[in-house]
Design a protein around this ligand. Structure first.
Ligand code: 5GP
Length: 144
């Protein structure tokens, strides 16, 4: 079984070594906008505990992460006026995984609009920042 690489890009984001547009943080999870969005508001949710992917995630970290996913998905649907949400998670290279720290993709969807291919464009800080602010506000509006 492959081991967890402590120098993957999301571990660096967790340690604050690489910047990100955070939309949610608690003791166990972090969520931030994807830098190469496949749709408006494409958001990644990760556990703080080291886990390579779904296959080695500690059950407690996994359950806390999926609860955060649900909350952020609800807020993203409102914030970005989406018709629905696609949730995706890739495990190992053959499964489509590129970054080896467990993450869930929250993808706001619009009727009849396909997702962009992965890794199409790196979005600028200037355009990501207001989207992150909008999603943070929608999460706050959900209450506790
Ligand atoms: P996966 O591993 O599930 O295939 O996808 C990794 C995701 O991480 C991709 O959607 C990619 O755009 C995103 N990503 C890669 N590097 C960075 C980064 O430095 N910052 C952020 N916010 N997202 C990243």
């Amino acid at each position: 079984m492959s081991v967890y690489d402590r120098d993957n890009i999301f571990a660096k984001i967790l340690r604050g070594e690489v910047p990100s547009h955070k939309v949610h943080e608690d003791e166990h999870t972090l969520a931030f906008l994807d830098i190469m969005p496949r749709t408006l508001g494409h958001t990644l949710v990760i556990p703080k505990a080291p886990a390579r992917n779904l296959l080695d995630a500690p059950p407690d970290a996994l359950s806390r992460t999926i609860l955060a996913v649900q909350r952020i998905a609800k807020a993203a649907k409102i914030a970005f006026a989406a018709d629905g949400i696609t949730l995706s998670q890739f495990s190992e290279q053959a499964g489509g995984q590129v970054v080896f720290h467990l993450h869930f993709h929250i993808l706001p969807r619009y009727d009849g609009v396909p997702l962009l291919p992965a890794h199409t464009n790196v979005e600028s800080n200037e355009t990501l920042a207001p989207k992150a602010a909008k999603l943070r506000a929608a999460i706050a509006d959900l209450g506790t």
